[in-house]
Design a binder for this molecule. Structure first.
Ligand code: PGA
Length: 245
């Protein structure tokens, strides 16, 4: 990996309470002494309930906080259970994950994703835009077609893409322990980079402290979106360290 920054994004999903913030102490300490700390960006995406206390805790560190989703409306409104980008930004979020397959599976369409991305960018949040094929689509060998559609619709009418990171997350690899083969992943990341020039492309799906030894050799990957393994600070630190070893 030869890029200026390598991104390590921790997606805590629906895990963690206030006491989980203590686990960040280790990561803060690690980052201070890590020789390559100028070339990495760590972003923690906890549940919304932890965004504010986490932002306060990380204020003096070089670690950023992001949300895991947002509502597409820019203004306040009668949307029970929802939070928009403006509200997330006010409590300290700098990034937001949009289009995660766990949300796509509950009915989030490409059109809604497009609206969410537009409103997040307008509010000044950076977007981590998730794309990826299901196992069925992979078996049908239509991965590129699926990705093209997700990109075309998700980023429709968005000209300035400088604040967007792409996270390629094959749905079948999330939480399954399976990762794509080296050649497949290299090709898919290249395909995405050709399609969206100048965008950083991260990989996500079962990244752990063992398979990072394989993944780090895929030179066109600009970082990792880590779910399960990011909840444990030792595992997360291990992933970062091994990416450079
Ligand atoms: P996982 O999750 O690392 O637990 O597979 C990744 C994600 O869903 O972002």
């Amino acid at each position: 990996m030869t890029n200026k920054y390598i991104y390590f994004i921790a997606n805590w999903k629906m895990f963690g309470g206030l006491n989980s913030l203590n686990s960040l102490n280790k990561v803060i300490k690690f980052l201070k002494t890590f020789k390559r700390n100028k070339s990495i960006k760590i972003i923690y995406c906890p549940p919304n309930t932890l965004i504010e206390p986490m932002s306060k805790k990380l204020r003096k560190s070089k670690i950023f906080v992001g949300a895991q989703n947002c509502h597409q409306a820019e203004n306040y409104g009668a949307f029970t259970g929802s939070v928009n980008s403006t509200m997330l930004k006010k409590v300290g979020a700098k990034y937001v994950i949009i289009g995660h397959s766990e949300n796509r599976q509950t009915g989030e369409t490409d059109k809604i994703i497009n609206l969410k991305i537009k409103s997040a960018l307008k509010c000044g949040l950076k977007v981590i835009f998730c794309i990826g094929e299901t196992l069925q689509e992979k078996r049908k060998k239509i991965t590129k077609k699926v990705i093209n559609k997700q990109i075309n619709l998700g980023l429709s009418k968005i000209k300035n893409r400088s604040n967007i990171l792409i996270a390629y997350e094959p749905v079948w690899s999330i939480g399954s322990g399976m990762i794509p083969k080296h050649k497949e992943l290299l090709e898919t990341i290249n395909h995405i980079k050709k399609k969206i020039r100048k965008c950083k492309v991260l990989y996500g799906g079962s990244v752990n402290s063992k398979n990072i030894n394989q993944l780090k050799h895929i030179h066109n990957i600009d970082g990792f979106l880590v779910g399960g393994a990011s909840q444990n600070p030792n595992k997360f630190i291990d992933i970062i360290k091994k990416s450079y070893s």
